[in-house]
Design a protein around this ligand. Structure first.
Ligand code: NAD
Length: 480
């Protein structure tokens, strides 16, 4: 049982009101600990500290910011298992494989961001007056409010923090109420790595309470939110009222196209990985599978076999593919989506029920109605919907009949078909020969439509978390 405090100005801090809330393990229901339930006063304290921390952090030389982020990467590489592994498994219901993957990606992200600290490149541009010089500087924004989700509570949080820090911003982190322990451990690690205590602050609490207070605080210059589209719209509207810079990484309903030349067995294996990893609680999960009719039958036979063969056991068993959904509401939503689709005429190929606790069986729906929530909305669970199409053009049309556009994928051996589809699918990313759930610390991750605004990763994040400033000088004529 861990009863933890928030991190404000480098000091372990209870909430001003003394209130706390309980963190439970989705796999066992066991109480893992309590954390403070932050309110307006706590947000104000954290933002005030971060405003001071901004001065301390931005004044450091780029090489010093780079060194601090590299020390953080080294700490995760050396101590990541001890600091994060159990918490990731217990708090977010990650399998040991997914937790190790998050830790490895965290090292990669911190190293990549460290390099960005030296790359706040500017520009010059010509002026018709030969005596004038015009330059564009990139400057950090100030205090960035980081509001993070539960599904990848370490690696996504790292991505949301490391790049703004590299650019010289300070942070107030508000993690998901489901996963505050991971975020507090990450905050402590950044301080251990030498980031000035006031530059990184972690408050714990609920979205509608301290999250909304953070978005509205007058000294916050930017909100970076990764979460659902509904939250993104609410936060985006509040942020726009205050003219905040906003980076919104939201939901997805990714399409996987299986073209007629693909090997059905291999395609089914890839499709299953792309939807069932972490119980489908992945923004890029390929929950819509669009298959050319020529291989539809062998593909669905293979996908059913893949789904039914998945090992769903102890989270610390390396064979386990996935564990529980995060809470009871998530299970209810998934089952509702499935039963509504079936009532509308979909065929339930496999799954569609709870295995035990919060674990939902791998589920495959055939031909759900186009207007059903299972087809149009994010179920955020282990549910794949499969439809057959006549040809590539129809596959692209079906993929694009969607309000989201985060990631997509095309399984084919024909690169011409692959690129043709990739160029025409409305999506922040399209992957050929792979499933839709792909990461790369240098890639511009983000989406179109209801999947959000902005991009994160590599220098794309640097652009998001800096402001351009035009500075010009009249250098006059040469002295005689
Ligand atoms: P969520 O929207 O419920 O919560 C995300 C965060 O927003 C939490 O910290 C929450 O407390 C906070 N929040 C909620 N309401 C708020 C408000 N009114 N003001 C301020 N903060 C508020 O999302 P979740 O359930 O934690 O995460 C799953 C969602 O995140 C899925 O929709 C998934 O697709 C999305 N996601 C997107 C990406 C991406 O890269 N695009 C990555 C991971 C997850």
């Amino acid at each position: 049982m861990q009863n933890q405090n928030m991190l404000i100005g480098g000091v372990e801090t209870p909430s001003a009101g003394g209130t706390t809330f309980v963190v439970t393990a989705p796999a066992s229901g066991e109480v893992l600990g309590t954390v403070p339930r932050a309110g307006a006063k706590d947000v104000d304290r954290a933002v005030t500290a971060a405003a001071r921390g901004f001065d301390a952090w931005f004044r450091l030389r780029p090489a010093e910011r780079e060194a601090a982020l590299l020390r953080a990467a080294a700490l995760v590489a050396q101590e990541g298992q001890a600091r994060f592994l159990d918490t990731l498994i217990d708090e977010s219901g990650s399998t040991i494989t997914k937790a190790r993957g998050e830790i490895a990606y965290t090292v990669d992200l911190l190293r990549t961001a460290a390099g960005e600290a030296r790359r706040l490149y500017g520009e010059t541009f010509p002026n018709d007056d030969p005596h004038r010089i015009s330059m564009v500087f990139r400057e950090p924004l100030g205090v960035v409010g980081v509001v993070s989700p539960y599904n990848a509570p370490l690696s996504l949080l790292t991505k949301m923090c490391a790049f703004p820090l590299a650019a010289g911003n300070s942070l107030v982190i508000k993690p998901s109420e489901e996963t505050p322990l991971t975020a507090l451990a990450f905050g402590r690690l950044l301080l251990d790595a030498g980031v000035p205590p006031e530059a990184v602050n972690v408050i714990t609490g609920f979205g509608g309470e301290c999250g909304a207070e953070l978005v509205n605080h007058p000294r916050v210059r930017c909100i970076a939110l990764t979460g659902s589209t509904a939250t993104g719209i609410a936060v985006g509207q509040a942020g726009l009222n205050k003219m905040r810079r906003m980076q919104l990484e939201l939901g997805g309903k990714s399409a996987l196209l299986v073209l007629r030349d693909a090997d059905p067995q291999q395609a089914a294996k890839i499709a299953a990985q792309g939807i069932f990893t972490h119980s489908g609680q992945i923004c890029m999960a390929n929950s819509r599978i669009v298959v050319e009719r020529e291989i539809y039958q062998p593909f669905i036979t293979a996908l059913k076999a893949e789904a039914e063969a998945l090992h769903l056991g102890d989270l610390r068993d390396e064979r386990t593919i996935y564990g529980p959904l995060i809470n009871g509401r998530a299970v209810e939503k998934v089952l509702e989506h499935v039963s509504e689709a079936v009532a509308g005429g979909a065929q339930l190929l496999t799954g569609g029920e709870v295995l035990h606790g919060l674990v939902v069986k791998p589920t495959v729906l055939l031909n759900p109605p186009r207007e059903s929530r299972a087809w149009r909305e994010e179920s955020f669970g282990p549910v794949a919907s499969v439809v057959a199409v006549e040809n590539l053009e129809q596959a692209i049309e079906v993929a694009n009949d969607c309000d989201y556009g985060l990631s997509a994928a095309v399984l084919t051996n024909n690169l011409q078909w692959g690129f043709h589809a990739a160029r025409r699918i409305a999506s922040g990313a399209v992957h050929i020969g792979m499933h839709a759930f792909q990461s790369n610390a240098l890639a511009p991750i983000g989406g179109v439509g209801l999947s959000g605004l902005g991009r994160s990763g590599g220098h794309y994040s640097t652009e998001e978390f800096t402001e351009m400033k035009w500075i010009s000088a009249d250098v006059g004529s040469l002295p005689r």
